[in-house]
Write a protein that binds this ligand. Sequence first.
Ligand SMILES: NC(=O)c1ccc[n+]([C@@H]2O[C@H](COP(=O)([O-])OP(=O)(O)OC[C@H]3O[C@@H](n4cnc5c(N)ncnc54)[C@H](O)[C@@H]3O)[C@@H](O)[C@H]2O)c1
Length: 476
Amino acid sequence: MPKFPSLSRRSLMGGAVATGAAMAGLGATAPEAAAAPAPGTPRRRPGQKSMIGVAHDVHASVRVGVIGLGNRGSGMSLGWAAVPSCVVTAVCDIRADRAKRTADQLVGKGKPRPAEYGGSADSYAELLKRDDIDLVYIATPWEFHYEQGKAALLAGKHVIVELPIATELDELWDLVDTSERTRRHLMLAENCSYGRNELAMLKMAHEGMFGDITNGHGGYLHDLRALLFSDTYYTDGWRRLWHTRSTASFYAMHGLAPIAAAMDINRGDRMTTLRATATEPKGLADYRARFVDRSHPSWNETYVNGDLVTCLIDTAQGRVIRAEHDVSSPRPYSRINTLAGSRGIFEDYAGVVSSGGGRIYVEPDHGGHSWRDFGSYRKEFDHWLWKKIGDDAANNGGHGGMDYVLQWRTVQQMRAGLVPDIDVYDSAAWCAPVPLSVMSLANDGRPVAVPDFTRGDWVNLRLGLDSRPSDMPPVA
Ligand SMILES: NC(=O)c1ccc[n+]([C@@H]2O[C@H](COP(=O)([O-])OP(=O)(O)OC[C@H]3O[C@@H](n4cnc5c(N)ncnc54)[C@H](O)[C@@H]3O)[C@@H](O)[C@H]2O)c1
């Protein structure tokens, strides 16, 4: 198993040798190497070049166009507009009244009125023709993400897409290829990767606190049953309908991505194979039988997606990731967020709220087989983004502030001309379990190969979410 050099706090202190791109001293310009492309990797076409390490042009301000203005898109529109030197210039929803509603809300917050688009499924194409949009944010149902994300790239915009960026392997490859051709960045709006615990865990991993990282677990375990059957939440029940179509890990990225970051996936390691299991689909039908009126349209539906879909993912460095998805069972919320190595373990969602819900056990600090409170570690390893804008995040953003951290950092990267923390390769890799879980389950849970969207560049250590502190440029 190849090992990478490291500069962990512990190794500098004469302690454990850690793996990881930690490395305060490691820049985006580490020596380039490339692994042989994985079998079956499609070749780049002429005119296509890697987007790894490609910095944004400097933007004096960032002008955002928003597509999809339901629960998520309307709230995030206000979040974008709250970031310094970011303005929402256009909004679009197939339902024109939602475009007006969001425009009114922005004006109500003292922001300029954005242009409104709506009325048809293609209205977004009109929005994309505008020349006062630098970044398109897409928050429509999953079935539209690929088409709208690709169209935004082809229109010359950078694009940030809600989870997942696409649901099929050929679509994921096409988004990678289109980004490489258009020289525009496409990133997953993976807000949980900017969670305070997740980023502290990342820093600890990269400073060698867990020793050699061997395994990690993450997922999306959220009892959505009431919302899935609500007539006023997911528009036309789009999210429930996905559960009638296939057995898949639709939405594990919120827990998978932070684990992948801590393991340097695409930055020194890569996911190689995935095997999936699924429990029987029981939860939604049981909920419907108990709580949903017989006249409801859902009574025409048959749910086929397993309640708990688990993916076991092997990496090139010999690590194992377990990624879970369950939105159909009664249970408290969890993204699991657990990372372990030769010197210790962190477990999130352990119920200790004062320390952000986490517990920890690392040698040599701890012994006696007893968990310790994560609080002091969370403070010591707090990511610079949370130190800098944690208060603003608490005042402006949903999901405990991590939405605002994602938005602030995305705008900062574009204004300062930085390399994105999350690129199209990360986005494609984190979403690949959607189609790969379907393929594995169709084949009795046998392992399927995970594509290498970097085409061999994964071997190079480089910074990502473990970015270095930097300032938002002053307002021009
Ligand atoms: N990152 C997160 O924490 C987070 C949280 C919630 C939702 N999401 C994601 O956000 C997306 C939207 O979810 P939601 O809860 O807001 O759903 P929603 O049903 O409330 O909103 C979807 C909106 O898209 C609009 N729409 C549908 N087709 C369209 C088209 N062709 N053009 C323009 N608009 C169209 C609908 O009219 C609706 O207003 C999903 O991908 C979901 O997974 C992410």
